[in-house]
Design a protein around this ligand. Structure first.
Ligand SMILES: Cc1cc2nc3c(=O)[nH]c(=O)nc-3n(C[C@H](O)[C@H](O)[C@H](O)COP(=O)(O)OP(=O)(O)OC[C@H]3O[C@@H](n4cnc5c(N)ncnc54)[C@H](O)[C@@H]3O)c2cc1C
Length: 501
C-alpha cells in the first residue's frame, strides 16, 4: 500500500546549511513537522569546509529573521558590526546553535534519491496525491526510505566542482592529474593548513571568481615569506576587469578590495596572468623525484603550455547534483540547470551585475512535481551569483507555499546591498567590459527593499528601473579544502541506531 500524505508526514529538508536551516526555522514557525538531513558530521558541513575564508557579507545579510526569532529566547544575539564572518564563524556562532534549537537535524544522513511513492517518473495519474520518498544513506552504509509531504532540496553545490576543461568536460588527463594529487579544488588554506603544499612551489590558479582571487592574494603573501613561491593565474576571458571590479563602489567592501588587490598584484608582476587561456590537457611529469604537471590550452588559435606546475587550483565554479533528482519531473533551464523561470533572472551572461530580482516559490516551483523545491546555492544551478540573503527569502516563500499561506508565499521581499561591480559580457566570457557608470547597470544606489509578487512575475522579469540590484557572490567557484569536523550539533543517525525516520 503506497503512502498517502498524512498530517504527520514530515517535510524533508535536504542539507543543514544556512538555507536548509532557515527553511527549517520557517517550517517550525508554521508548526509543520519536518526533518533536516545532513550528510556531514554536523550542521553547516559545507560552510565549515571553507571555514578559513572570510565572507564578504556582514552578519545582517546572513542571519534569517525567523531563525533569529527562534534563537533569541535561548540568549543568542546576532553578532553586531560590519565585519563579515569567516565560514567557521558562521558555522560555530549561527548554524550550530540554530541546529541545536531546532532539534530536527539528523547528521551523517545523505539523501541519495527523491521520487514519488509507488510511481516512477513516467506515471502521471495520481502523482500529486502521493507522498515523496527520500532515500537516505546512513554513515554505516544502511539505507532507509523516508516518506515526505514535501521536499526542500537545500543541499548546495559545494561537493561538485566544475572541471578544468574549457568545454565543460574534464581536460584530457585531468582525472589522472587529480588522482596524483596535483589538482586541488578551490580555496585551499594557503597560509594555514595547506601551506607546505604551496611554499616555494609553482601554483597555477584557474578561474575568474573571488575564490581564485583570494587564493592568488594568499599565494602572493606567501611568496614574500618563502622564496621560490610562484603564482600563475589562467582565465578564459581576455581581460580580468570584471573581477577587478567595483573596489570602493562595492557595498561589500572586502569584496571590492579583493578585486583591486589582485589588480595591483598582477600589475606589480607578483601574479602572472595568462588571459584567454582555454585548458585542454594536463600531463604529469616526474623528474628527480619531483612530480609536476604541464597544463596545455589554447590562447586564440595558438597552443600554449604552462609547465612545471606543482599544484593546479581549480577555482572553476560548481554545478548541482541532479542525479539524485533524476526520478522527478524537474523543470530546469537546459543551460544553467536552475529552475526554468529563475534562469533569466540570474543568468551571469546577461546579469553581469549579479542582478537578483525578488523571487520565491513561483520561480522555484516544478509544475510537474508540486511540493518539491530546490532552494539555496543549488537553486542557481551553475550560476555563481548566489547569496545567503537571497536563499533566506527563497526559504521563507517556499515554506509559506507548502503551508498553504498563499499571501505570504507571494509577498516576496529582498533587501540587498548595492554593488559597484557592473560589467557586461557577451556570450563569450572573453569579451567582458566594465560599465563606466555603475548605476547604468545597477539601478538605484544604496540598500533597498524590493518587493515583488512571486506568482505574477514572468520569466523575463528584470529588476526594473530604480530597483536595487543584487551582487556577484563571494563564491567564485570551485571546491574544497579539507572538511573540518568540530562538535556534533545535530542528532546523529549513526549514534541513535541508524534511524532517520
Ligand atoms: C568561499 C565562499 C564564500 C562565500 N561568501 C559568501 C558571502 O560572502 N555572502 C553570501 O551571501 N554568500 C556567500 N557564499 C555563497 C553561499 O551563500 C554559500 O555557499 C552558502 O553556504 C550556501 O548555502 P546553502 O545552504 O544553499 O548551501 P551549503 O552551505 O552548501 O549547505 C548545503 C548542506 O547540505 C549538505 N549536503 C550536501 N549534499 C547532501 C545530501 N545529498 N544529503 C544531505 N545533505 C547534503 C552539505 O553537507 C551542506 O551542509 C560563499 C560561498 C563560498 C564557497
Amino acid at each position: 500500500m503506497e503512502a498517502q500524505v498524512q498530517e504527520t508526514t514530515p517535510v524533508v529538508v535536504i542539507g543543514a546549511g544556512p538555507v536548509g536551516l532557515a527553511a527549517a526555522a520557517h517550517l517550525r514557525a508554521y508548526g509543520l513537522p519536518h526533518i533536516v538531513l545532513e550528510s556531514g558530521e554536523q550542521a553547516g558541513a559545507a560552510v565549515r569546509a571553507w571555514g578559513h575564508v572570510r565572507t564578504f557579507t556582514p552578519w545582517r545579510w546572513i542571519v534569517d529573521d525567523e531563525a533569529e526569532k527562534l534563537l533569541s529566547p535561548t540568549g543568542w544575539g546576532r553578532p553586531d558590526g560590519d565585519v563579515p564572518p569567516t565560514g567557521a564563524e558562521i558555522a560555530d556562532r549561527y548554524l550550530a546553535p540554530l541546529a541545536a534549537a531546532l532539534g530536527t537535524v539528523r547528521t551523517r544522513c545523505r539523501a541519495v534519491a527523491v521520487t514519488r511513492d509507488g510511481l516512477d517518473k513516467t506515471r502521471t495519474i495520481g502523482r500529486e496525491a502521493r507522498a515523496f520518498v527520500v532515500r537516505v544513506e546512513h554513515a554505516d552504509g544502511s539505507v532507509e526510505d523516508l516518506a515526505a509531504r514535501a521536499v526542500i532540496d537545500a543541499s548546495g553545490t559545494w561537493g561538485r566542482r566544475n572541471p578544468l576543461g574549457a568545454s565543460g568536460l574534464p581536460a584530457v588527463g585531468e582525472a589522472e592529474a587529480a588522482a596524483a594529487g596535483t589538482v586541488v579544488a578551490a580555496l585551499p588554506d594557503v597560509l594555514g593548513a595547506d601551506r607546505a603544499r604551496f611554499a616555494g612551489k609553482r601554483t597555477l590558479v584557474v578561474g575568474m571568481g573571488h575564490s581564485a582571487a583570494g587564493t592568488l592574494r594568499d599565494l602572493a603573501r606567501l611568496a614574500r615569506e618563502v622564496p621560490g613561491t610562484q603564482a600563475i593565474w589562467a582565465i578564459r576571458s581576455h581581460t580580468a576587469r570584471r573581477l577587478y571590479g567595483g573596489a570602493g563602489a562595492d557595498q561589500l567592501a572586502d569584496r571590492g578590495r579583493l578585486g583591486s588587490d589582485l589588480q595591483h598584484l598582477v600589475e606589480a608582476g607578483e601574479v602572472e596572468l595568462v588571459a584567454g587561456f582555454r585548458t585542454t590537457r594536463l600531463e604529469l611529469q616526474e623528474r628527480d623525484g619531483e612530480r609536476t604537471v604541464t597544463v596545455t590550452g589554447t590562447v586564440g588559435s595558438a597552443r600554449e603550455s604552462i609547465a612545471g606546475v606543482h599544484t593546479v587550483v581549480a577555482a572553476t565554479g560548481f554545478r548541482p547534483d541532479l542525479e539524485m533528482l533524476s526520478e522527478l519531473r524537474l523543470d530546469l533551464d537546459p543551460g544553467l540547470e536552475s529552475p526554468r523561470l529563475l534562469a533569466p533572472l540570474i543568468d551571469p551572461q546577461f546579469h553581469s551585475c549579479g542582478t537578483v530580482p525578488p523571487h520565491g516559490h513561483a520561480e522555484l516551483a516544478h509544475p510537474g512535481e508540486p511540493g518539491f523545491y530546490v532552494v539555496g546555492a543549488k537553486s542557481y544551478g551553475r550560476a555563481p551569483t548566489f547569496l545567503i540573503a537571497t536563499g533566506n527569502e527563497q526559504a521563507r516563500s517556499v515554506v509559506a507555499a507548502i503551508a498553504g499561506d498563499a499571501a505570504a508565499a507571494d509577498e516576496v521581499q529582498l533587501v540587498l546591498p548595492e554593488t559597484g561591480v557592473c560589467s557586461t559580457s557577451g556570450a563569450d566570457a572573453g569579451s567582458s567590459t566594465v560599465a563606466a557608470d555603475p548605476a547604468a547597470c545597477c539601478g538605484a544606489s544604496g540598500p533597498a527593499t524590493v518587493q515583488g509578487a512571486g506568482s505574477t512575475k514572468g520569466p523575463a522579469a528584470g529588476p526594473g528601473p530604480g530597483l536595487a540590484q543584487g551582487f556577484a557572490t563571494g563564491q567564485g567557484g570551485g571546491l574544497l579544502a579539507g572538511l573540518t569536523v568540530l562538535g556534533d550539533t545535530g542528532t546523529s543517525c549513526a549514534s541513535d541506531g541508524g534511524g532517520c525516520g
